[in-house]
Design a protein around this ligand. Structure first.
Ligand code: G3P
Ligand code: CA
Length: 260
């Protein structure tokens, strides 16, 4: 993650499927990853957490109740956090039914399964470390998974990001230069310069991605990605601001807007 960032042309703006193509399939599942491939994404973003027995799974929330049937499957529990359940227990959950009956039976993917699905779709991946400070060994596990397959070691094909900057710094030290690293948040210029020693990408909320801020980040040699834009007008505004990538629940809509 050491190479200086180059500013992309507007036509090179990458489309990032947020939690997979999460408008069309249950977020952070293998079917959402497949949908991302079918709907014109370049990269798929997924969120990672650790189970009680230390296995990495794809899940946004700390708790399992919004996107799975954990409450129904384990009615005697008082808490349904990912970290309270073993991988075997998490694998019993249905991660699709909440989104629609047609998605019944969808599983919470492991990191390994998610990477396999992204590779099968011939896409790149963004792995977000959720609360890495709570999960011992998380950065080593993620680095090991990426290093185990040369597919991820092509420049630009894998990015690891987090709101937890010390964790980004830590994992950057464990990754080859071809794997990018990104910080989430809205750093000021001084903080940008500090984080540039270990991060290549600045991933900001779309309301923060105005032209002046994006120019500042480009001056600090970052690529700038913005989240989450789901319509053509928002996408065009972000392109006009100069961003290098846009995160979306609807990669087909963004692709059409960028190609127009
Ligand atoms: O990739 C940026 C975005 O995913 C960060 O927010 O809450 O969707 O993980 P969140
Ligand atoms: Ca995320």
């Amino acid at each position: 993650a050491a190479a200086p960032a180059a500013r992309a042309d507007a036509g090179d703006v990458v489309v990032i499927a947020h939690r997979g193509a999460s408008a069309y399939a249950p977020e952070n599942t293998v079917s959402a990853i497949r949908e991302a491939g079918l709907r014109g994404a370049d990269l798929v973003e997924v969120d990672l957490r650790q189970t009680k027995d230390g296995k990495l799974v794809v899940m946004h929330d700390a708790g399992l109740t919004r996107t799975t049937d954990a409450r129904r499957k384990f009615p005697k529990r008082k808490s349904w956090r990912v970290h309270d359940l073993t991988l075997a227990q998490v694998r019993k959950l249905d991660a699709g039914l909440w989104f629609g009956r047609v998605h019944r039976g969808e599983k919470v993917p492991t990191l390994t399964e998610a990477l396999k699905a992204v590779k099968a779709a011939r896409l790149g991946v963004i792995l977000e470390l959720k609360n890495p400070g709570q999960y011992p060994g998380m950065t080593s596990q993620v680095a090991k998974a990426l290093k185990s397959d040369s597919y991820w070691l092509t420049e630009g094909r894998a990015l690891v990001q987090s709101f937890d900057w010390p964790a980004v710094r830590e994992i950057n030290g464990k990754l080859p230069a071809a794997v990018r690293t990104g910080v989430l948040g809205r750093p000021n210029f001084a903080d940008m310069l500090g984080a540039r020693f270990y991060a290549d990408v600045l991933h900001v909320e779309k309301g923060s991605a105005g032209a002046a801020y994006v120019a500042q980040a480009h001056n600090a040699l970052y690529r700038v990605y913005a989240y989450t834009a789901n319509d053509g007008a928002a996408a065009r505004r972000l392109v006009a601001s100069g961003v290098d990538g846009i995160t979306t629940d609807r990669p087909d809509v963004l692709r059409a807007a960028l190609d127009a």
